[in-house]
Design a protein around this ligand. Structure first.
Ligand code: ES4
Ligand code: ZN
Length: 328
């Protein structure tokens, strides 16, 4: 078996996956028609054409807007699993949903129940486990984030296990400390916590430490800039907080091509607890197989590291022990 085939067939757990960006382009058009939403363009290539975070987030908002009902969410959830099983032998996935973004159309419990319906159906057919993480929209206010966490507490679901973040302010600033109240509330109510930090320039490496020390995260999304600061990197390694890295996303948004000096490669060589994900599979035209083949392979890592990274995804998952045992 060739190395690329080995990497594609390796069973995988994915922890950093934005639900909206698992939506097939055809489905964006179909749901827009179903719900009478006018898109800026019906040309898929120009719709998906974004090479920086701001354009990307505009696309993200556009795509989010075509989803209006719980059934829409269930349909997107189901087809996303079908694609990921085919393209990268996905066995387990944690999804970021954005309940704040759909609040105008859909109450929080209806949204998550739609996602759960679709993912349960896919789990019965393909055996792919899942959990759901509600992501704070960082373009909105800290108070809004706290309100989001309160909704989660008021409508608990076994499948919804934590909070994360996405989107970003217009100026691209990362200020992880501003979310501390939402994170404290989540922690006090038994919710897990992850944060998008230190993704690209100009984000500070120190954001990683704010996430660990102030937000009390049990996972970090991206975190690449830690590789640029020896003290931050040492703390990240010492903590062994899992880092959910996304090679193709950084290639598209930051122009960082997979090569042995890539920041993710430096994190791995330093002994950080790295896992691999797609971030936004459809929108970056990637899949979990490609993250391993072009990402890890392009960074020069062989099968031993690939196996270790894929297992790190299982160990860092927010599911129960019985499910982890099945995935190992
Ligand atoms: C992202 Cl800040 C943010 N939000 C959603 N998806 C993303 N992919 C990369 N950065
Ligand atoms: Zn992300």
């Amino acid at each position: 078996i060739s190395y690329p085939d080995y990497l594609r067939l390796l069973p995988k757990a994915e922890l950093h996956c934005h639900f909206i960006a698992t939506m097939r382009p055809g489905m964006i058009l179909e749901l827009a028609d179903r719900n009478g939403v006018v898109l800026p363009t019906r040309d898929i290539d120009s719709l998906l054409d974004s090479d920086n975070l701001q354009d990307f987030l505009t696309l993200f908002v556009t795509a989010n807007d075509v989803l209006r009902t719980a059934d829409d969410f269930a349909d997107v959830a189901y087809q996303g699993v079908v694609d990921a099983v085919r393209d990268g032998n996905l066995r387990y996935r944690e999804y970021f949903v954005n309940s704040q973004n759909s609040r105008r159309y859909l109450a929080y419990p209806d949204l998550v129940d739609g996602v759960i319906d679709g993912l349960r159906r896919a789990e019965r057919e393909f055996g792919v486990g899942f959990r759901i993480v509600n992501a704070i929209n960082r373009a909105l206010s800290p108070e809004d984030a706290v309100a989001m966490v309160r909704e989660m507490i008021d409508h608990p679901r076994d499948e919804v296990v934590g909070i994360g973040q996405d989107h970003l302010t217009e100026d691209g600033r990362e200020a992880p400390g501003m979310w501390v109240e939402a994170y404290r509330l989540a922690e006090a109510n038994g919710l897990r916590r992850t944060a998008h930090v230190a993704e690209t320039l100009p984000a500070d490496p120190e954001s990683v430490l704010v996430a660990i020390d102030d937000l009390h995260v049990d996972r970090i999304d991206h975190g690449y800039r830690a590789a640029d600061d020896p003290d931050v990197l040492a703390r990240l390694v010492e903590s062994q907080v899992p880092v959910a890295c996304t090679p193709i996303s950084t290639l598209v948004l930051s122009g960082w091509a997979p090569e042995p000096d890539h920041r993710i490669a430096r994190l791995i060589r330093a002994g950080a607890n790295v896992t691999l994900s797609t971030d936004d599979a459809v929108f970056f035209r990637t899949d979990l197989g490609r993250e391993y083949v072009e990402g890890l392979g392009g960074m020069g890592f062989g099968p031993d590291v690939a196996k270790r990274v894929s297992l790190a995804g299982v160990e860092a998952a927010w599911c129960d022990e019985a499910q982890k045992a099945r995935l190992r």
